[in-house]
Design a protein around this ligand. Structure first.
Ligand code: FAD
Length: 343
């Protein structure tokens, strides 16, 4: 059965999260979908520890703290998060509602859709060698969820960032053999993780190689490992049962391009009254939208989310007059926020 909801928000970046708040104030329920395993969009994925200085009333806040605060702010509205899944399709029904489906098979029957998809869905950067598709999901993976499955296996990890080194440091004791391949001797991971990895190398528990993967090794229809070429041109065959690729994430507009919306250079044109797309009932806020004067800033997305919420309310309940109420004084908003009413 599809999940019934007032609105589906595509994207759990800062603007998608604030959209939950603005809809909630108006008494509208939202489900939020994100391709990533955690909310926060670019803030969490690209620069969690960097300070942001242009959020009103917060002279300085780290990107992750901003997301943590937004999550706290939207708590009263109990949004449902559907993480680790991409919204793949969106179809208008005769009754004006939308059937929205995700890569994990979740289906929504939504009154309205708000696209807060930023630069697109974050997806893992793939290993680019001939024939890789045939082994993806079987011997070549882009995420490691259950290290238990690696007991006694020969494993190669590719990459030089935090994910690659965290997993090297975590799984070395349970595997039969472990190799780390990174294209150069400098690592982007936290210095403490690099130091721990170097100890494993020194103790002979890890093979550390610097070079590029040039080919897959296969024998009698079985995956056997990777061929790696070092900077000096020397090639080496590394045997493995399983390969984990941690080359980071890159945004991909992906399915959004197929939803029949008017697009302008990978962005969605909207009006500045409702932030509605070319399709009534589908709105776009944050970095994904475009209009004259658009600035890709978090505070712009917050403003857009507020106006889009009013427009969604009007789309869903055209018969209702919506009055502007202040959170300071509105008893109904206090009730929705779950705060004590002032005397
Ligand atoms: P995003 O944060 O991009 O989030 C979009 C989310 O949607 C992603 O998590 C993505 O996985 C998801 N998604 C997309 N498509 C789908 C789909 N089909 N299905 C499921 N999920 C999907 N801005 C400022 O205002 N001040 C600053 O100081 C500042 N500093 C910055 C520093 C850096 C290094 C960077 C990279 C950006 C900075 N920005 C700053 C910009 C700011 O981060 C963006 O404006 C903001 O993140 C946009 O928020 P968003 O919610 O629109 O999109």
């Amino acid at each position: 059965m599809p999940i019934q909801t007032d609105a589906v928000i595509v994207g759990a970046g800062p603007c998608g999260l604030f959209q939950v708040f603005e809809l909630g104030l108006l008494g509208l329920r939202a489900h939020v979908v994100d391709a990533l395993d955690q909310p926060g969009g670019q803030c969490t994925e690209l620069y969690p520890d960097k300070p942001i200085y242009d959020i009103p009333a917060l002279p300085v806040v780290s990107a992750q703290e901003l997301i943590d605060r937004l999550m706290q702010q939207i708590k009263p509205f109990e949004p449902d998060f559907h993480l680790g899944q991409t919204v793949t399709s969106m179809e208008r029904q005769d009754n004006g509602r939308f059937v929205v489906s995700t890569s994990a098979g979740t289906v929504f029957d939504a009154g309205a859709v708000i696209i807060a998809a930023g630069l697109g869905a974050f997806e893992p950067r793939r290993l680019r060698v001939a024939g890789v598709e045939a082994w993806e999901g079987r011997s070549i993976h882009y995420a490691l969820r259950d290290p238990e499955v690696l007991g006694g296996k020969d494993v190669i990890i590719l990459g030089g960032g935090d994910s690659a080194l965290d997993w090297v440091n975590e799984i070395h004791a349970r595997v039969n053999s472990l190799a780390l391949v990174h294209r150069r001797p400098d690592y982007r991971a936290a210095p403490a993780s690099v130091a721990k990895m170097k100890e494993l190398t020194a103790a002979g528990k890890l093979r550390e190689l610097h070079g590029m993967v040039t080919a897959l090794l296969e024998e009698d229809g079985r995956f056997r490992g990777l061929k790696v070429k070092a900077a000096d041109g020397a090639e080496e065959s590394l045997m493995a049962d399983q390969v984990y690729v941690f080359y980071g994430l890159s945004p991909n507009l992906g399915p959004i391009a197929d939803w029949g919306l008017k697009l302008d250079k990978k962005q969605i044109p909207v009006d500045t009254e409702k932030f509605q797309t070319s399709e009534p009932g589908i709105y776009a806020v944050g970095d994904i939208n475009t209009y004259p004067g658009k600035k890709k800033l978090i505070l712009s997305g917050f403003h857009e989310a507020a106006l889009a919420a009013f427009a969604v309310q009007q789309y869903l309940h055209p018969e209702k007059k919506v009055f502007l109420q202040y959170t300071t004084t509105s008893p109904i908003m206090h009730k929705r926020l779950g705060v004590d009413q002032p005397e």
